[in-house]
Design a protein around this ligand. Sequence first.
Ligand SMILES: Nc1nc2c(c(=O)[nH]1)N[C@H]1C(S)=C(S)[C@@H](COP(=O)(O)O)O[C@H]1N2
Ligand SMILES: [Mo]
Length: 428
Amino acid sequence: MSQVPPKSLTETQDTDTPSAGRRSFLKTTGLTTLGAMLGMSVPFERNLTAGFIPAALAQDTGLDLMTGKQGLVVLGDRPLNAETPPHLLDDDITPYDRLFVRMNGLVPQSALDQNAEGWTLTVDGEVDTPLQLSLDDLQSRFETVTRQLVIECGGNGRAFFQPGTSGNQWTFGAVGCPEWTGVRLADVLNAAGVKSSAVYTGHYGNDVNLDGDETKEVISRGVPIEKALQEDAIIAWQMNGAPLEPLHGFPLRLIVPGFPASASQKYLNRIWVRDKEHDGAKMTGASYRIPAYPVAPGTEVPDEDMVVLMDMPVKSIITFPETGSEVTVGEETEVRGHAWCGKGDVASVQYSLDFGQTWQDAQLDPPPNRFAWQRWRARLTLPQHGYYEVWARAVDQDGIGQPPLSPVWNPRGYGNNIQHRIALVAVG
Ligand SMILES: Nc1nc2c(c(=O)[nH]1)N[C@H]1C(S)=C(S)[C@@H](COP(=O)(O)O)O[C@H]1N2
Ligand SMILES: [Mo]
């Protein structure tokens, strides 16, 4: 039942020399090595928490890009990946400083410079009229829409699968719900005229492979054309009323809500309409795919039996209070969080105070728009001193809820919607 990542990920490896230290610092979260790397003692070292990046080491690693991100846990620096502890996701609209970061390659120079000069979005392939759209074209030719839309990494929750699966060991925090401004993907596709031969989209951005080779594709995913033509997906140039930040796709990105966020291409410069399932980087093999049938944990599944992960499963998190908080016996306490679902609206959220024996309905707000996360809240009173847990589970429109343990295992650890639990201590 443990919701702690596998021990191997937090163990110190003692092979690092001070010179190798910068790059590998994050791989050795043993903070006792910090002093050795800096070549001096760190008097307040005990105050440093796991994932914290000392400023002295941040420059070379690209982690200076994390300046402005508050309290995120960095899982890796190359590529840069960081998640948000659930109690920092309490906002209805996730602010920049609390939005997770998932890079498959390096942030492109154009984004680092926030230079969008000459940027064009190409729409080509199975369309009547291929388009080359500047940012101005997008903003003037199409209706602008603003929506709160969840993005969640397909691998969110991977850390809880047993046996473990390779990839970033995300726990609960590779998710957020910012407010995005842009134009409907469908409007742009319709302006190009989608041919009847169209089957899939293929998305491209200008981020750079980890080895610096600019000719290599980093990630290029797509979605079935029916999904692309629904009115929910947008091509965004703003997040929370400001231009996209370098980490989140400046100057343009897709947001395809409901699907794993890998479909939400950052640094978007081309949409290729395909006459078959897209086969770009990380679209084939086992990437973002699950077995077509349930398999026993640890099973090796041949690539041809893997299908594209589409709708993300129903999920909820508890964002207040922070796990481990003390509350006063006999006094009413609010517990709250968010719930979302790849298929659309969530039907209900329940919580349990007795390790899952009984469940009570939480109050669930309607979403401000489709595919935004929904606020849930409950008021509870702890009857006597001691240790409690609050468990939360959301249920989708088809009556499918979150499992108390990990859902069906899959080789790459996608779509884990295990229930989130917090500890509460009743005192006073
Ligand atoms: N160009 C580009 N787009 C990308 C990625 C990437 O590495 N490069 N990562 C994808 C994945 S796997 C996720 S989960 C989301 C993360 O979005 P965020 O970093 O803005 O939170 O972006 C997606 N879009
Ligand atoms: Mo992702």
